[in-house]
Design a protein around this ligand. Structure first.
Ligand code: NAD
Length: 246
């Protein structure tokens, strides 16, 4: 097991890639903090895990609200004394072409995908700096690297996450903190279920591997980067996209 006794906070852990990553981390021996909008001990998976006496905490936190992040972090420290890993996975889309995009939709996506990463990263990095160790993993996207039709706001945040992460890697390395990015390609999750079948088929066709990604593909990448096996990796962007080039 790669993550024995590590304490990991995962944002957006209620479903999709975040939930898969939380389950993978538990399998690898971590204690996992589930963070999401409306998240609590009644969440189906959390309830099952608690009934099995697994090391799980669940918090209803909006990553755009610094107070609620701080309260969650304080409570985790009270209960588990340390934070080893933060996965900034929470993210949203509000797609439309530039000529039709509203300021509200632009701001909404920036607030969650970019400022949310800054909020959680800054608050948790203070703790990791005091500890002298930690790992921060941030969710970018293939769309941040290549751009994508209809995703001005989303692409801007996902490219921004890369710049922010490389900066943190430089600033926090001496404090024992590694910072890396995972850039998924097109992965089958509730987020991509909204996309037209035609587009998903096209993406499948663009991968030399001939398939879309699974949530497990991404969870495996997070588990590796979070583990001591990746102890000399920082400031990196790991594309997990089946070789797709948009
Ligand atoms: P998803 O929509 O299935 O899950 C995202 C989770 O984030 C949800 O549970 C949602 O409630 C939570 N969330 C949204 N706003 C939040 C907020 N303000 N505070 C706390 N939690 C909030 O998405 P997914 O497909 O699992 O994607 C997870 C991450 O991976 C996102 O950052 C996404 O941009 C990125 N990503 C996904 C894909 C893909 O193909 N699915 C590709 C590239 C990158």
């Amino acid at each position: 097991m790669k993550l024995i006794d590590k304490v990991a906070i995962i944002t957006g852990a209620g479903r999709g890639i975040g939930l898969e990553t939380a389950e993978k981390f538990l399998k690898e021996g971590a204690k996992v903090v589930f963070v999401d909008l409306g998240m609590n001990n009644e969440h189906e998976t959390v309830k099952t895990l608690l009934a099995q006496n697994k090391d799980v905490l669940a918090y209803d936190v909006d990553v755009t609200k610094r107070d609620s992040i701080q309260e969650m972090v304080d409570d985790v420290l009270k209960k588990w004394k340390k934070i080893d890993i933060l996965v900034n996975n929470a993210g949203i889309t509000a797609d439309s072409q530039l000529l039709k995009m509203t300021e509200e939709d632009f701001d909404k996506v920036i607030n969650v995908n970019l400022k949310g990463v800054y909020n959680c990263g800054q608050i948790v990095a203070q703790i990791m700096a005091q500890q002298g160790n930690g790992v921060i993993l941030n969710a970018s996207s293939i769309v941040g690297i290549y751009g994508n039709f209809g995703q001005t706001n989303y692409a801007a945040t996902k490219w921004g996450v890369i710049g922010m992460s490389k900066t943190w890697a430089k600033e926090l390395g001496k404090k024992g903190i590694r910072v890396n990015v995972v850039a998924p390609g097109f992965i089958l999750t509730p987020m991509t279920e909204k996309m037209p079948e035609k587009v998903l088929d096209m993406m499948k066709g663009k991968s030399p591997l001939g398939r879309l990604g699974t949530q497990e593909d991404i969870a495996n990448a997070y588990a590796f980067l979070a583990s001591d096996e990746a102890s000399f990796i920082t400031g990196a962007v790991l594309s997990v996209d089946g070789g797709v080039v948009l």
